[in-house]
Ligand binder design. Structure first.
Ligand SMILES: NC(=O)c1ccc[n+]([C@@H]2O[C@H](COP(=O)([O-])OP(=O)(O)OC[C@H]3O[C@@H](n4cnc5c(N)ncnc54)[C@H](OP(=O)(O)O)[C@@H]3O)[C@@H](O)[C@H]2O)c1
Length: 231
């Protein structure tokens, strides 16, 4: 999904800095494709489990760019375990990627955005922040906390022209979902009877980042094909 966001932003002329962890080839491919677009794409390998790597990356971006207008947090780690089987070391690592890396990056870029009196943050959450499923406790809790951080940023930074929102997809046709079996039965409960394509979510992320969406702040937008409203 992140690569679709990068593609759209570079097509509209943005200067984009992206991080990857294991997908170096995909990152190279994105840079190559973006070379024909009006924007610019830079990529850095960053393991978001390591706070020091996350912070080094943001400091590099801040030193290279005079303005930082937007930040999209899309990375996720997955850890399936029932509460009775939780390994807290693994929980902390996963939560660092899903939640605390967002806070670390926000902490460093918000002062710049506040000085600019402009900034847009978009966190990719999940329907799982609002609905529970067996073995998904860490993911659900981290996504719920991510949405909570978005609301806090909205009230703390709104007066300085900085807005934040979260987007909560339901089922999206990506590598993440490909590992799960029995997806057909869940897709069958989606009123639209299909998963979202990554580009459908990415278009909304790009819209939420745009100046035209200036009044979007402190909220979570569901993009789940109606799954959250179905019985
Ligand atoms: N797919 C769905 O059905 C669905 C539903 C609801 C919400 N979402 C949310 O949508 C967002 C995008 O998910 P996706 O479906 O595109 O998943 P994905 O294909 O599994 O992508 C996850 C991304 O997170 C990065 N990542 C994982 N661990 C990392 C680490 N330690 N350091 C740095 N990067 C790391 C991966 O980078 P590398 O590949 O480079 O390792 C990858 O680009 C996530 O926030 C997810 O929770 C997805």
């Amino acid at each position: 999904m992140g690569q679709e966001v990068v593609r759209l932003l570079s097509e509209r002329g943005d200067r984009v800095w992206l991080t990857y962890n294991r997908s170096e080839e995909r990152a190279r491919d994105l840079i190559a494709k973006a070379s024909g677009s009006p924007g610019l794409v830079n990529a850095r390998q960053v393991n978001l489990e390591a706070a020091v790597e996350t912070e080094r990356f943001v400091k590099e971006v801040l030193s290279e760019e005079t303005r930082v207008d937007g930040f999209v947090h899309c990375a996720t780690s997955v850890y399936d375990a029932p509460i009775t089987g939780l390994d807290f070391e693994r929980t902390a690592a996963v939560t660092e990627v899903m939640l605390w890396s967002f806070a670390r990056i926000a902490k460093l870029i918000l002062p710049r955005m506040r000085r600019q009196r402009y900034g847009r943050l978009v966190a990719v959450s999940s329907l799982a922040a609002h609905r529970s499923s067996v073995g998904n406790g860490v993911y659900s809790a981290a996504k719920a906390a991510l949405e909570s951080l978005v609301r806090t940023i909205a009230v703390e930074c709104g007066p300085k022209g900085v807005a934040a929102c979260a987007i909560a997809p339901g089922l999206v046709n990506t590598d993440l979902i490909a590992k799960y079996t029995r997806m057909e039965s869940i897709v069958g409960r989606v009123p639209l009877r299909r998963m979202a394509e990554p580009a459908e979510i990415a278009r909304f992320v790009a819209l939420a980042l745009a100046e035209e969406s200036g009044y979007l702040n402190g909220t979570t937008v569901s993009l789940d094909g109606g799954l959250s409203t179905a019985l």
